[in-house]
Write a new protein. Structure first.
Length: 139
């Protein structure tokens, strides 16, 4: 009997429910991305999706603070809602992923551009300081 519990494969329904509760937003986003990709391909909108993702990336790099504030407001608003309202917002996101799939790609582009801008500033700062340290050691 003990061997059966040690060789457990997969997840129980309770474990899946607990993970879904804990990672509710991430689950909705992941399903949204998959649905947007599938329906973009099915509706032959993949060209627009790629174009809008690239455009979103450019805009995200150009105005990262505004994108960060806007997305922060949306996530903050969603997190303040009751659980049922959060689920309704998630379902609306899934419907948008199916009906207006390129919208998901522009959001991905905006967030990606913002993140790349932030990361590039971070790494530029790291290399700036390492170059300054090297010049001080040479003297």
């Amino acid at each position: 009997m003990a061997k059966e519990t040690e060789d457990k494969q997969g997840f129980t329904v309770q474990e899946i429910e607990n993970m879904a509760k804990k990672y509710r937003f991430e689950a909705f986003f992941c399903v949204s991305f998959v649905l947007a990709a599938i329906f973009s391909w099915l509706f032959t909108m993949w060209g627009w999706s790629i174009f809008l993702c690239a455009l979103g990336g450019i805009v995200g790099m150009l105005i990262p603070l505004q994108i960060d504030k806007g997305m922060g407001w949306v996530l903050s608003f969603t997190c303040k809602q009751e659980k049922i309202t959060q689920i309704i917002i998630g379902v609306v996101l899934l419907v948008i992923s199916i009906v207006l799939c390129p919208v998901i790609f522009i959001i991905l582009g905006l967030m990606g551009g913002k993140s790349l801008h932030k990361d590039s500033l971070h790494h530029k700062g790291q290399h700036l300081h390492s170059n300054l340290d090297e010049t001080h050691h040479e003297e």
